[in-house]
Design a binder for this molecule. Sequence first.
Ligand SMILES: NC(=O)c1ccc[n+]([C@@H]2O[C@H](COP(=O)([O-])OP(=O)(O)OC[C@H]3O[C@@H](n4cnc5c(N)ncnc54)[C@H](OP(=O)(O)O)[C@@H]3O)[C@@H](O)[C@H]2O)c1
Length: 313
Amino acid sequence: MFFSSKPFEFSDIPDLSGKVAIITGSNTGIGKVCAIEMARKNCQVIVASRSEDKGQAAVADIKEITGNDKVEFIKLNLLSLQSVQAFVEEFKSKYDSLHILLNNAGVMMCPYSLSEDGLETQFATNHVAHYFLTIQLLPLLIKSGPSRIVNVSSSGHNFTSFYAPDLERINDEKGYGPFTNYSYSKAFNILFTIELAKRLEAKGIKNVYVNSNHPGMVRSELGRHSVSKDSLFATFLYNVLTVPTEKGALTQMYLATSTEVESNNINGKYYVPNAKPGHPNGYSKSEKNAAILWDFTENLLKEKVSGYQGAPV
Ligand SMILES: NC(=O)c1ccc[n+]([C@@H]2O[C@H](COP(=O)([O-])OP(=O)(O)OC[C@H]3O[C@@H](n4cnc5c(N)ncnc54)[C@H](OP(=O)(O)O)[C@@H]3O)[C@@H](O)[C@H]2O)c1
């Protein structure tokens, strides 16, 4: 494995003129920082967010901060597979290339609820919708290569060591644990990365680099369901333990933009701050588990999306 001898900095992002990037959940948090830094480097950035108001406000901010006008909002609600399809159709009607897909949006430790398609919210948002989005955009990513896919995971995936997921019961309310289910969903980001890289390689496709990462413990809106704002001590501890979103964006910016990803053939890997190879836990690094999750997700999409043809790899 390779990693830079010096910490990655935003100034290491190469010029991205002519590149097109989609960043899910980039109206706030780490995703918004990524959108700003890529726009600064002349990238065409698509802010893929569920709220038109928040998405448009972010676009206005990013344009003002960077002076880059090539920033656009396209609505994407990851709690609806139909919305994912509509997003892909709109994107493809406007753009004929895609170089960077940053699967960043996420939800953590929310109360139990179901998506429009009857899937548990964290499973639906963090894994299934991003899987579906990626699979539909894959032909374009291949055609536009060299291209990158980054699946934002979390060190929280480590908790799957204590609770091996039963995929058949993943959407059940009985047995739902806000943190347990978050851990599963973040383990799935790593497993999806492993299997997709393997399948691309098996097809002889060498120009799509797919990796996953943990951004660090970052001060963002992710704790909206879990961090109490009423307790001064909890707020103090949270501030001590977390880093600003700018720091949290570095590892995924490395995987999405650094020339080292191609020169060192970094593919199918999991990275941690600051841009270093990480070690997924036993469940999440297993090729067998990656294949099982892939098949499970494919079957789910065939059941939920009429006309779904299956992944092209
Ligand atoms: N912060 C951390 O310490 C930390 C640690 C490990 C991993 N991560 C991962 O880093 C990624 C970014 O998190 P963050 O810290 O930047 O969190 P954040 O500030 O809460 O941002 C999350 C983004 O995801 C969007 N999102 C949530 N549900 C969505 C849906 N159904 N459809 C479309 N967009 C949706 C949110 O949109 P709304 O504003 O509309 O809700 C928001 O834009 C996540 O994948 C998270 O799991 C974060």
